[in-house]
Design a protein around this ligand. Structure first.
Ligand code: C5P
Length: 233
């Protein structure tokens, strides 16, 4: 039964490294992966392409409900390919413009509601690692392990800058910092599913940690909750 599959939720602000940690953890455990941010990005990109106004909540929610998207999971922790109407948009949804548009459509309660079942459908045996902002509070409130990653805004901007640079995209660091701050503000202050840790979430400050350091901490909690055989070593 889908409901009985275990879920680990990983929430936190933009640029904190959730995506990488979620992908590594899912690969390590052999579990499915939900990148919920990609769903909001797909809605934003698709709505724009259809010429919808991002302020038209009813139209954007209707589009989100029938979102013509598909995720192709890669074996062994490779990048998940994301298709929109059959077109590979894996890279197209990663731009800062789409990220900002995603945070606008994500503030619309009707859009969040429209994506709920779709996100819960990812919960299948043997388990799911779900990455987002409200995985532990709204989408999977019964998850046995909820993680909330944080890092200072400066550090997150620096990480995002490095990531974009590696992809050959040159953005100014101060611009990135102000965009991250604006997106954080919108994500934290919205009425529908704001970005907050669930009361039972484990908060991990990653400011001074590299990815292996974060993974060691995450795996310690995985073993604590799921037993010594889980969470790698
Ligand atoms: O994580 P990512 O940067 O891809 O998410 C893009 C935007 O989608 C976020 O800034 C946030 O506004 C929104 N989002 C959300 N709830 C989620 C995942 C993402 O509101 N569970």
């Amino acid at each position: 039964m889908a409901e009985s599959a275990p879920v680990i939720t990983i929430d936190g602000p933009s640029g904190v490294g959730k995506g990488t940690v979620a992908r590594l953890l899912a690969a390590r455990l052999g579990w499915h992966l939900l990148d919920s941010g990609a769903l909001y990005r797909l809605v934003a990109l698709g709505a724009r392409r259809r010429g919808l106004s991002l302020d038209d909540a009813a139209a954007v929610a209707a589009y989100a409900r029938g979102l013509p998207a598909e995720f192709r999971e890669a074996a062994g922790g490779g990048e998940v390919r994301v298709l929109l109407e059959g077109e590979d948009v894996t890279d197209a949804i990663r731009t800062e413009t789409v990220g900002n548009d995603a945070s606008r459509v994500a503030a619309l309660p009707a859009v969040r509601e429209a994506l709920l079942d779709r996100q819960r459908d990812f919960r299948r045996p043997p388990g799911l690692v779900a990455d987002g902002r409200d995985m532990g509070t709204t989408v999977f409130p019964d998850a046995p392990l909820k993680l909330f990653l944080t890092a200072s805004a400066d550090e997150r901007a620096r990480r995002r800058h490095k990531q974009l640079k590696e992809k050959g995209i040159d953005v100014s660091l101060p611009d990135l910092l102000s965009e991250i701050a604006e997106r954080d503000r919108r994500d934290r202050q919205r009425a529908a599913s704001p970005l907050v840790p669930a009361p039972d979430a484990v908060v991990i400050d990653t400011t001074a940690l590299d990815i292996p350091g974060v993974m060691a901490e995450v795996e310690r909690h995985v073993r604590r909750v799921f037993g010594p055989a889980a969470g790698g070593g």
